[in-house]
Design a protein around this ligand. Structure first.
Ligand code: IVH
Length: 687
């Protein structure tokens, strides 16, 4: 190939990339309806950047790499930012090298000697929502604006005022002018609930929490925004008058928190690259446990004086960087669609995927929820699809990548008979769900009921997973939940050992896990029963409201409806469950087998001796798992925190307790062992 035609090809590729990026940026920023995952956008963006770097002549002023994207929509008034809203440079190397590269750059630009002490940084979360500028005059919120293109945003004051977390007036002595900047986002559970409701109504579901939050903020009707559960975290300031700014970013965040603005607890002042790496690792490990999505962390030079010295490179500060985590959305190939029969008989279409690394694990299955949602998303076998896995939420298919199918592929149809037991498949009028009518006759439903019961958030029977449940049910050893605990007796162990492919060791392990699971909480037990519509939150509310199992079992509909978030449908389902003698028998058998919990846990009438108390758990306790201890504390009205501070009331320490125990001793916080915790809880239930 000649040089001429090679150059032409490169120019054509750059032009094509620019076109695509413009299109996707418009879908993403202006319409809040992206067609491709962020990771795919980043890949295209990176390719264009590389081409332009190698051939600077290709760079043009209209290239997406040369400006901050996002434009003002018609309908919302433009707001000119007094201090531009900047973007942060992104470090896409998700390994420790990314943090080291930033620290090295900062040291070089500050001309620090090799033996100069480590640079202090504030490390924060990178929230995944929509950037907002809140303007407070004499402490009163007078205007809220989106970032827009960084110079001019949109006036969304009417919508922002509906977010309960954002103070309309600052606490304490506020300066004449203070602009607070941060991110509006949506919690994952709120997002899931919103989609669950959409699904029940058979309506379009939302793609991800970020786009849903962004869409909600830019509504023209504030009533729509108000109906979306939004949240906010502050991370900086804009224009400021009449206020002596603190000397560091860390102190600035503390000051904002003192003004009554939400600031994430997950922030840390660290020293040098090692501190940044540790923060990145810690947050990555905790990512699934955070109640909201983040796509990385942000490092900022802590000293504002040093920040001024470092200054800016066009639109990005030299003193900050966003350090990414592996993406939570990825494109992959849809190899097939299988129907899975769930605990309540629901038939769920499950996507069989070409394995793809997303959200920190390799995903090869993802839910498509129901036939109607599958149709709405328009995915068919053979498509390139987008999978999303965030937190411990099960992976799901967001949609398909744009493109024409090379040949015709038929739509999925629901069978008339259950693929597992052959019973009739039915769909209630107005419902979007198809179910198997076989009930406990259907082996799939029995297996799912057992798996749910044994789950980590339910009875937490370690090791009782898919394979073992298949063996137990297929081998005819377990038919209902009541058959489970008798396995922990000598006769049971003998029956277990007789099963094919079951060694003595596995039988002994299961026996032990069953024994351990018997100490639980009322909330976990109620959740474990798998009553339709009773999730973890509802189970907790029921336990708190009624206090005892028999009161829940006997509660008439009117009483059930009084429980927070329990409506007629949920109440009806609880009643139906306990009205079936068979279910009562199972519950009685479980209790007779020794399943127990502290009586009257957290009942509304007795707030418990731990009400208002904060405890920190550290090390390994002799009998209780971390989750069990947490449940017991929460049931008694206490709170479990992740780190020790002056506000901590007790530290519960087990073996191999580390820095938290040291810190407790430094601060003079009372330290308890497991027995001490139990004594405290006994006092709580005696109240
Ligand atoms: S500071 C000069 N801190 O990331 C730096 N931004 O690319 C200004 N973001 O649109 C921003 N978490 O909305 C900062 N802890 C954090 C952040 C954060 C998320 C967003 C921000 C901005 C984008 C910058």
């Amino acid at each position: 190939m000649s040089h001429m035609s090679e150059a032409r090809d490169i120019a054509a590729r750059a032009a094509a990339l620019r076109e695509q990026l413009h299109h996707h940026a418009w879908r993403y920023y202006t319409l809040d309806a992206p067609e491709i995952p962020d990771a795919e956008y980043d890949r295209l963006f990176g390719e264009l950047q590389a081409l332009e770097q190698a051939h600077p002549g290709l760079r043009s002023v209209d290239s997406p790499t040369q400006r901050v994207l996002g434009s003002v929509l018609e309908g919302l008034a433009p707001v000119r930012h007094a201090v531009p809203m900047l973007s942060i440079q992104t470090e896409t190397d998700t390994t420790a090298a990314g943090a080291r590269a930033f620290d090295a750059r900062v040291r070089r630009e500050l001309e620090l000697a090799d033996d100069a002490p480590p640079v202090p940084y504030t490390a924060e979360l990178k929230f995944d929502g929509l950037a907002i500028n809140l303007r407070y005059e004499s402490g009163v919120l007078v205007q809220a604006a989106t970032r827009g293109d960084g110079q001019t945003g949109e006036d969304v004051t009417h919508n922002i005022r509906t977010i309960g977390q954002i103070p309309l007036r600052l606490r304490g002595a506020a300066p004449p002018l203070l602009e607070i900047r941060g991110e509006v986002y949506m919690r994952r559970d709120a997002f899931e609930r919103l989609n669950e409701r959409q699904r029940e109504k058979g309506e379009r579901t939302y793609v991800n929490p970020r786009n849903t939050a962004a869409g909600a903020v830019r509504q023209l009707d504030p009533a729509v925004t108000a109906s979306r559960p939004l949240a906010f975290y502050a991370y900086g300031v804009g224009e400021v008058r009449g206020w002596r700014e603190p000397a560091t970013q860390g102190a600035l965040l503390d000051a904002l928190a003192a003004f009554g603005v939400p600031v994430a607890a997950e922030r840390r002042v660290v020293h040098g690259a090692a501190g940044l790496v540790r923060f990145h690792d810690d947050i990555e490990a905790a990512r699934d446990r955070l109640p909201f999505d983040i796509d990385g962390v942000v490092y900022k030079v802590d000293s504002l004086e040093l920040q001024r010295r470092l200054g800016f490179k066009t639109r990005e500060p030299r003193w900050a960087v966003a350090h990414k985590f592996p993406a939570q959305e990825q494109a992959t190939h849809l190899n097939g669609i299988e129907l899975q029969v769930g605990r309540t008989g629901k038939l769920t279409p499950v996507a069989k995927l070409e394995p793809v690394f997303v959200g920190g694990t390799t995903v090869s299955n993802a839910t498509l929820h129901n036939l109607f949602e599958l149709r709405r998303k328009g995915v068919r076998v053979g498509d390139e699809v987008i999978v999303r896995r965030a937190g411990d939420v099960i992976p799901e298919i967001v949609g398909r990548m744009p493109g024409v199918r090379p040949h015709y592929v038929p739509n999925l149809r629901m069978p008339r008979a259950c693929p597992v037991c052959g019973s009739a498949v039915v769909r209630e009028r107005g419902s979007v769900e198809h179910r198997c009518s076989g009930g406990l006759f259907c082996a799939a439903q029995r297996k799912q009921a057992l798996l749910h019961f044994a789950g980590r958030r339910a009875m937490d029977i370690e090791g009782l997973g898919d394979k073992l449940v298949d063996q137990l049910v297929d081998g005819g050893v377990v038919r209902t939940l009541a058959d489970l605990y008798p396995l922990a007796t000598p006769e049971g162990t003998a029956r277990l050992a007789a099963l094919e492919r079951m060694g003595d060791k596995s039988a002994a392990n299961l026996t032990e896990a069953l024994e351990r699971s018997k100490t639980t909480t009322l909330a976990r037990f109620v959740y474990a029963l798998g009553i339709r519509h009773v999730g973890e939150a509802t189970a907790k509310d029921l336990a708190r409201h009624f206090g005892t199992l028999s009161r829940i079992e006997d509660a008439p509909l009117e009483q059930l409806i009084e429980v927070r978030d329990v409506g007629p449908v949920v109440a009806e389902s609880i009643r139906t469950f306990f009205d079936q003698p068979h279910n009562r028998e199972v519950v009685a058998a479980l209790v007779a087998a020794g399943v127990s919990w502290p009586e009257h846990e957290g009942a509304a009438a007795a707030p418990g001796a731990l009400a208002g108390r904060t405890l920190v758990l550290t090390g390994t306790l002799p009998d209780l798992t971390r989750d069990q201890a947490r449940d017991l504390i929460e049931a008694a009205g206490g709170k479990v925190a992740g780190s020790v501070s002056k506000k901590t009331d007790y530290v519960v320490a087990g073996s191999e307790a580390g820095s938290k125990l040291e810190r407790a001793r430094e601060l003079g916080v009372t330290v308890l062992d497991e027995a001490g915790l139990r004594a405290l809880l006994a006092a709580a239930s005696a109240n």
